[in-house]
Design a protein. Structure first.
Length: 243
């Protein structure tokens, strides 16, 4: 049965989203086969790639979301484009690193454009440094769904459309209340703001937090696999709350 969201905070506009109960859980492994770059932080001439994979990026990479190839204006439509996944009862959490290493690269090029215009001397090209993630780096996350699903064995990520391989293991899912989640969660996608977290990542389009605790029991799920491997995650839905 679908249920409406509860109150998040008096300072946050209230919105209701139909959240389908999840019945299946999958442990997802992601291994990079190319260098991965996305600009999570820019410091002068250095663009850094955070040691994580945003769950919205994963939703698009999985082919779950339809988006236009060309947009005349930079106007993201995450809420509208991700809403069909809420209706189907499918959700992916942000991916955390298991084994990761970075490499610093320098680029020296002119700006890319469909229409070539000489607005400045060609003796002053665009240059800077990129801190990207090396091939062989691995990540892990969880997908919960109302119905059984299939995911691709290969996806592409980041600004370079880097290739990554996917492994999927179906694991046990139990509906359970809790107030502490060790895995990374998306602040935009949960019903109640946490009172404590061990790490926060201020990256677009939404903040991600890890090592989260609440002062009350929330609806969620326990994911179980292996010997004594239990992870509790809160009920989540794409773009659950307005900014």
């Amino acid at each position: 049965m679908a249920k409406k969201s509860g109150r998040r905070s008096s300072s946050v506009p209230e919105k209701t989203v139909q959240v389908k109960e999840k019945k299946y859980a999958y442990r997802i492994g992601i291994e990079l086969e190319d260098y991965l770059f996305f600009a999570s932080m820019e410091k002068g001439k250095v663009a850094e790639t955070a040691s994580l994979l945003h769950n919205y990026a994963l939703a698009y990479a999985m082919g779950w979301v339809d988006s236009l190839y060309f947009n005349e204006m930079q106007s993201p439509q995450y809420e509208q484009q991700l809403q069909p996944m809420n209706e189907q009862g499918v959700y992916v959490y942000p991916a955390v690193p298991v084994h990761i290493s970075h490499r610093m690269m320098q680029y020296n090029t002119t700006d890319e454009a469909f229409l070539m215009k000489r607005t400045q001397s060609m003796g002053y090209p665009n240059w800077g440094f990129i801190k990207c993630i090396r091939p062989g780096s691995t990540f892990e996350t969880y997908i919960l769904s109302h119905d059984p699903i299939q995911i691709p064995s290969k996806i592409r990520l980041g600004k370079w459309m880097s290739l990554a391989s996917i492994t999927m293991q179906e694991v046990l899912l139990t509906k359970k209340k809790g107030n502490a989640c060790p895995h990374m969660v998306n602040i935009q996608d949960i019903a109640c703001l946490p009172v404590y977290f061990s790490a926060m990542y201020n990256i677009l389009p939404t903040r991600l937090v890890q090592g989260v605790e609440w002062d009350e029991q929330l609806d969620g799920y326990q994911i179980s696999y292996g010997d004594h491997q239990n992870v509790w995650v809160p009920e989540s839905a794409f773009w659950w709350w307005d900014k």
